[in-house]
Design a protein around this ligand. Sequence first.
Ligand SMILES: *Cc1c(COP(=O)(O)O)cnc(C)c1O
Length: 488
Amino acid sequence: MTAHHPGLPASGRAAADLLTELRALTVADLPTRGGRTTAYTYDPGRAEVREAAVQAYVTMLEVNGLDPTAFPSIVTLERHVIGAVASRLGGDDATPGIFTSGGTESIILAVKAARDARPDITEPEIAVPVTAHAAFHKAGRYLRVRVVTVPVDRRTFRADPVALATACNDNTVMVVASAPSYAHGVVDPVARIAADAAARGIPCHVDACVGGWLLPWLTEAGAQVPPFDLSVPGVTSLSCDLHKFGYAPKGASVLLFRDQAMRLTAYYACAQWPGYPVVNSTVQSSKGAGPLAGAWATLQVLGADGYRDLGRAALAATRRLIAGVAQIEGLRVLGEPDATLVALGTDPEAPLDLWELADESRARGYFLQPQLSIDGLPASLHLTLTGVSEQGVDGLLAALRDSADTVRPHGTTVPPPDLLALLDELDFAALDDATFAALLPAAGIELTGEPTSRMAAVNRLLDALPTSVRDQLAARFLSALYSPHLGN
Ligand SMILES: *Cc1c(COP(=O)(O)O)cnc(C)c1O
């Protein structure tokens, strides 16, 4: 007789029992509603929106997006969703697009399309501001496209169009601008960047993953937002995530192209095997239609009015947060955010330990996302404010103030130099997960996975290490986290 793994009981369990277990498991998770988790989650704060999305998602749960000829419902829904997004972002009903599982998949496909449009270039490159999302580096790694990163303005955190143009050469297949950047929430000078790229015949992708479905509503609420969409000459593709400020369930992003030929280059077809002819618009092949239906339903139930209200609320929350942070000694907002994403840095004259501040805020019920220093840009804590944040912003400010008061007397800390030297020389490849996990306590790191766990030691260490070591350490940390024998 084989022993049974808890993941597969000998006989089936009752659904009610499972749901109880799931609910108990998620107690340890960060809250996904209420706005206290200021990254990862986007809460419209309206029960009827979620309910519509859930019902739509479940209705389409079993439909396979692999074959639109077998399930024509997905063509109708996708046309609606792409058309709605394109019409707000400088295109129209005829704008070619692809519905994808997220920003990263949209970006991978945009880079693939740009690469494959230039088969004459054997060593393709893309030029990106250093503030561009990590998804471009991932795309570069997956697709063997070299990613050339270019410094940004140290004061505004916006891309430098001259530096980007200078970084382009005969191998450049794409230039990137963000609207806005995730880390600092600022919109790059898209018009300049796209015009320079167009003058050299290079495609320009606008990463509006986080801002595409936010900036238009902020503009309507009176914010000054520079032009960034397909109406800008030279912009050839644009990504816009609906699972962010579209408030749709996860798994929803839109990739738009200026012309049909580029969308075709993003597609993949293969009849070189004895099975069904494969033709895919996305990286995924078989895929549930739930996310598409969920996104469609969310757009339908909120409507333009709903998004306008949520945009206005998020903008009001952001302005109050920025004003409140200015009153907290040692804290400051980096740059001048164009959207409702804010990076909190520390005042070099009166430095606060940001990593301790994040832990203290978390202990007070607010999750702030750590962002490491890079290329002369300081470390920061990220906050994304959404439609639900307006009611909570006073509580958030109180938690920040209180946390700052707690950490201020302790000053800042640097990781032990001998630990940094050790990690710098460590041959990660030669280390198994158990040995790695055994090293962690010495670095002040506990591998509990509990929401209460303190992450300051990890963040401080990562921030102090060279980027290549950071990557290896972070991957090792993930591997150890998923290793069941390590007692976490
Ligand atoms: C979120 C985000 C991405 C990546 O999106 P995922 O949906 O997490 O894959 C890319 N660019 C920007 C600017 C983003 O905010």
